[in-house]
Write a protein that binds this ligand. Structure first.
Ligand SMILES: [Fe+2]
Ligand SMILES: [Fe+2]
Length: 137
C-alpha cells in the first residue's frame, strides 16, 4: 500500500472500515464543494441526509465489531458516536434555519472531529481486535 500519503493514519488495514472512513470524508468534501458553489438547499440538504445515514451505517458496523470482540471501551465509544450524530443534526438544523450558505466552520468541525476520532478512538478497538487475533485465549 502507498505509504507516502499524509492520510496514512486513516488506514488500519481493515478494508471495510478504511473504505467507510474514506467515503465519509468524500461526502464531507462534496458538502464543502456544494456549499462553496452555492448549491440550492434541496441539494445540500440531501447530501447532509446522506452523510448522516452513512455515518449511522458506519457506526452500526463499528458497534457490531466492538460488541462481538468484547471491547473494553464500548460504552464510551458509543457515546462519542451519539454526540457526533447530534452534531450532524445541529448542523442540519442550523443550515435549514439560516437558509444561507452552510457554515464553513461547522463543516470544519465535523471534519476535525472525524479526523481525531479515527486515530484516537477507532485505533483502540482496532488494536484490541488485532491483538486478540494474535493472542487468542
Ligand atoms: Fe470509524
Ligand atoms: Fe468510532
Amino acid at each position: 500500500m502507498n505509504s507516502n500519503s499524509d492520510l496514512d493514519f486513516l488506514h488500519f488495514g481493515i478494508k471495510s472500515i478504511d473504505a467507510q472512513h474514506q467515503k465519509f470524508l468524500l461526502l464531507l468534501n462534496e458538502l464543502r464543494m456544494y456549499n462553496r458553489n452555492g448549491e440550492d438547499n434541496e441539494t445540500v440538504g440531501a447530501v447532509i441526509d446522506e452523510l448522516k445515514a452513512y455515518t449511522q451505517y458506519h457506526f452500526e458496523i463499528e458497534k457490531r465489531i466492538m460488541t462481538r470482540s468484547g471491547f473494553y471501551e464500548l460504552e464510551e465509544h458509543l457515546k462519542q458516536h451519539d454526540l457526533f450524530i447530534q452534531k450532524i443534526d445541529e448542523f442540519k438544523l442550523a443550515y435549514k434555519y439560516q437558509s444561507a450558505a452552510l457554515s464553513e466552520q461547522m463543516l470544519t468541525f465535523l471534519q476535525k472531529w472525524f479526523l481525531v476520532h479515527i486515530p484516537e478512538w477507532d485505533q483502540r478497538y482496532v488494536d484490541f481486535i488485532k491483538n486478540k487475533k494474535k493472542n487468542p485465549i
